[in-house]
Ligand binder design. Structure first.
Ligand code: GCB
Length: 616
């Protein structure tokens, strides 16, 4: 495995993985806190052209990326001269950014391949300033050109990237072209099969960020880990501010006016300024009181503000402690699917709708599955006091035997942590979901869990495990991966994929580690409005029955510290094809995709309100 990445810090410039996954170039930047900066939004209509596989405009015969064709000449002369341009962006139809192409153009509903986006962008370069194109996320591979010059590429459908446009842009109108390829490959993360919908496109906000030559691209401001909670006056904040391309000795100011913090720092040779400061009368963030502080960071002409909550999360035996007090995490799994209208979550309204369903079940926690979500989700959770589990899209089977796939997983992990390490709501980083238990995978994920802990020692590391077989009444989980985790996630589907709902009553679970346990998935499918007996498949009654027996089982397991039924809302999946019942949706939602409440949601709310499932 490549020592460069193994030893990398989260603050460094990320390596970029090319299409074949073989070559890597240290090119890319990820600017933290862009949603809090003053930017030029490029959301809105972009012209688009669709290229079916093998996408010869984008790839040559060997699969290398081409810089010709669509990327170069966005407005070819189609009325005179030799006729060799068979496209024209300026008259092409438009797609909304952010958005997935599948739900925006009915002819692209099942399309997996390359879509070319183009927009004419006015730019007024300012002397001494730099401009970056910020893409919140595009699924799965992205290639960006400005005025025909390729400025960056990115692999991974759920994390942001920033491409510097300074050298390629000129005053006036600039042609920005982004090719997005949603084709699946075995060595991707996720790999070729997964139980959600492969929404393609530029699915999150796009903007231009203009900053001085030396600018703040990364920071981490958090409560010092490991302190005591006896005195309000003795609170220490610590972390770093990173100034890109800054010479050693560059000064940085950190101000948190409401907490009496004002400090001048200086960068080291790596552009990093570390700090430890005392804060007065600091109120800690918690679900009951989700206090956020306005944090102002400045260096030279650059200034960035953020709203950050301060709290401590740790494990004590089988307990999870938030600010020194034991908590029980009661929530649900949430996919980034927009309620009612469908498609990827892109707006404040989508986020509000998802959280309104969490509120209806009285949740204090959500597992954001199975990939980093739109940053709006974490912002909302920060403001409203919902604790979160955040995960990279390492789902079931991936190429665990390949070192370049490991490197890719590390990049995704770093990108997730880097974007969200200042979000108080995020308490758990998950490195994977339901992976096969074998030595090669265990080594891969153990290394990844250790990398997550090294990158962010202030949060808990978890993974959702599957197995052992639950056909016996004595279920013993001894997956070696648990050694590397702080909190164990356990998925099981007693009463749906295995046995009857009542079988859960007889199960006795033991775990070979004495660590907090979250039942991270369990549930059954039901079509909203479909009624019958407690054992009739696809009915609301059976789904509710499964959950009731699940909760009874979990009550008896002393180390349970959290539960997240699968899943908050029905979601699209290419693998769910039973007509009239599924119609392309996984129906294990507590709510339908139109936010209609099923009986299961009532069962969950009751358990969470009466606190009958588990104790903190
Ligand atoms: C699982 C997976 C989840 C699926 C779910 C299901 O175990 O982790 O992604 O959607 O089961 O409904 O089968």
């Amino acid at each position: 495995l490549k020592p460069l990445l193994r030893g990398a810090t989260a603050a460094l410039v990320f390596a970029m993985t090319l299409r074949c996954g073989s070559a890597q170039e240290p090119l890319r930047t990820l600017i933290v806190g862009v949603d809090h900066r003053h930017t030029q939004s490029l959301n809105g209509d972009w012209h688009y052209l669709v290229e079916q596989p093998p996408a010869r405009e984008l790839y040559d015969d060997k699969g290398n990326v081409r810089d010709g064709g669509y990327a170069q000449n966005t407005h070819p002369n189609i009325t005179s001269g030799p006729h060799n341009s068979e496209y024209d962006f300026s008259t092409a139809p438009t797609l909304k950014v952010p958005g997935d192409w599948n739900t925006h153009d009915p002819t692209l509903f099942r399309f997996e391949g390359v879509v070319w986006y183009e927009r004419d962008v006015p730019i007024e370069p300012k002397p001494g300033m730099r401009t970056f194109l910020h893409v919140g996320a595009a699924n799965y591979r992205s290639f960006v050109w400005v005025n025909g010059k390729r400025i960056c590429q990115h692999e991974g459908g759920f994390t942001p990237f920033d491409c510097e446009v300074t050298g390629a842009a000129h005053a006036g109108t600039n042609a920005v072209v982004i090719a997005v390829d949603s084709t699946r490959h075995r060595d991707d993360i996720p790999s070729v099969s997964y139980d959600w919908f492969n929404y393609g496109g530029i699915t999150r906000d796009v903007s231009l960020v203009t900053v001085p030559a030396h600018f703040i691209d990364d920071y981490d401001v958090h409560l010092q880990h490991g302190g005591t909670f006896s005195s309000k006056d003795a609170r220490t904040l610590t972390g770093y501010v990173h100034v890109q391309d800054a010479p050693a000795g560059t000064s940085v100011t950190l101000r948190i006016p409401e907490a009496g913090v004002e400090k001048t720092l200086t960068t080291n040779a790596d552009g990093r300024a570390e700090f430890t400061v005392n804060a007065t009368n600091l109120s800690l963030w918690s679900p009951a009181s989700p206090k956020l502080y306005r944090v102002v960071l400045a260096s030279g002409a650059d200034e960035v503000t953020d709203d950050i909550g301060f709290r401590d999360v740790r494990v004590d035996g089988t307990k999870i402690l938030l600010n020194g007090k034991a908590v029980f995490l009661q929530g649900a799994n949430v996919h980034a699917e927009a309620p009612v209208r469908g498609g990827r979550v892109t707006t404040d309204e989508d986020v509000k709708n998802l959280f309104s369903m969490l509120q209806q079940i009285n949740a204090n926690f959500a597992r954001l599955c199975h990939y980093p979500h739109d940053e709006r989700m974490e912002r909302y959770a920060d403001r409203t006091g919902i604790m979160l589990w955040s995960e990279i899209p390492l789902w079931q089977r991936i190429s665990f035997d390949k070192s370049d796939v490991y490197d890719k997983a590390v990049i995704m992990l770093h990108e997730m942590i880097r974007r969200d390490r200042n979000k108080a709501s995020v308490i758990l980083w998950s490195v994977s979901n339901e992976t096969p238990n074998n030595p090669v995978r265990t080594k891969f994920l153990t290394d990844l869990a250790n990398e997550a802990r090294r990158t962010d020692p202030t949060r808990l590391i978890t993974s959702a495990l599957i197995g052992p077989k639950v056909s016996e009444d004595q279920v013993r989980q001894d997956d070696q991966l648990m050694q590397a985790l702080d909190v164990v996630g356990q998925n099981e589907y007693i009463g749906w994929y295995e046995g009857q709902p009542e079988d859960a009553d007889r199960k006795s679970w033991t775990f070979s580690v004495n660590k907090p346990l979250i039942f991270s998935e369990f549930g059954a499918e039901a079509k909203y409005g479909n009624h019958g007996g407690d054992h009739d498949r696809w009915t609301e009654e059976q789904e509710a029955n499964v959950l009731e027996h699940q909760f009874k089982m979990m009550e008896k397991i002393p180390q349970v510290r959290g539960v997240t039924p699968w899943v908050l809302m029905d979601f699209r999946s290419t693998t769910r094809n039973i007509p009239k019942l599924q119609d392309g949706y996984n129906r294990k939602g507590l709510f339908s995709e139109r936010m209609e409440k099923k009986k299961a949601a009532v069962v969950v709310r009751k358990a969470y309100t009466e606190h009958s499932i588990g104790k903190a």
